[in-house]
Design a protein around this ligand. Structure first.
Ligand SMILES: C[S@@+](CC[C@H](N)C(=O)[O-])C[C@H]1O[C@@H](n2cnc3c(N)ncnc32)[C@H](O)[C@@H]1O
Length: 215
């Protein structure tokens, strides 16, 4: 199983979406051509609606890639926000920097270059929203490094949590992904049962977890 949602359903949902702005479309085309994994279109739409409701002033992102999601966030918020995003892949960093400059987001988005395991320890201050979208086997590790930086009333969004359906059922698990799947299940169990979070697992895109921090 490569897609957690029936293709007809996904196509229908996508057909309801408005066309992306030109600069986002250019980034989507680049990502498609160069196999850069960016947020699924319907997840991007969900995030846009959440951003409009929640109006975060400060966002921390783990997994920048070419800067697509961070620029989508900043654009949705009319640049009334500060975004810190972490990326370890040099080629991605180079492209993301180029994109931030080209599309005018350098003042709003700061890239922390290096492995999140190290870089997140250096992040100071508190955030209204945290977006986890990096190595799928490391979500609990990232979570432990960021959760104290999420304000009460803040939103934690974790992407790709169903991991092509493998997390939901053993029948889809590929042998070499077993450890990642095990770790993701344990992460989801944790955020679903943690007293100070209210979490909802949503089966769109590759699966998204929304967690509200109660205290
Ligand atoms: C799915 S992509 C991010 C996509 C981006 N959020 C978007 O939607 O436009 C994941 C990125 O996380 C980066 N990454 C994975 N593990 C990481 C880690 N431990 N530290 C820093 N970056 C990491 C990868 O290099 C990759 O570019």
């Amino acid at each position: 199983m490569s897609n957690i949602v029936d293709e007809l359903v996904q196509d229908y949902i996508r057909s309801t979406l408005k066309e992306s702005k030109t600069f986002l479309r250019e980034l989507e085309e680049y990502a498609d051509k160069n196999l850069v994994p960016i947020v699924h279109k319907e997840v991007a739409q969900l995030l846009k609606v959440l951003l409009k409701i929640h109006k975060p002033k400060k966002i921390l992102e783990v997994g920048c890639a070419i800067g697509y999601s961070s620029m989508l966030f900043a654009d949705t918020l009319d640049k009334n926000c500060e975004i810190i995003t972490v990326e370890r892949n040099e080629k991605m960093i180079e492209k993301a920097k180029e994109n931030l400059k080209k599309y005018g987001f350098e003042d709003n988005i700061k890239i922390l270059e290096g492995d999140a395991e190290e870089k997140l320890k250096e992040v100071e201050g508190s955030f209204d929203m945290i977006f986890l979208d990096a190595a799928k086997g490391q979500y609990k590790l990232f979570y432990d490094l960021v959760i104290d930086k999420l304000k009460t009333g803040g939103l934690l969004v974790s992407d790709n949590i169903l991991y092509k359906g493998m997390v939901a059922s053993d029948k889809y698990v590929i042998r070499r992904k077993k450890t990642i799947v095990k770790r993701m299940r344990s992460y989801l169990d944790y955020i679903s049962n943690c007293d100070y979070l209210d979490t909802s697992l949503i089966s769109i895109g590759d699966g998204v977890a929304l967690s509200y921090k109660k205290y």
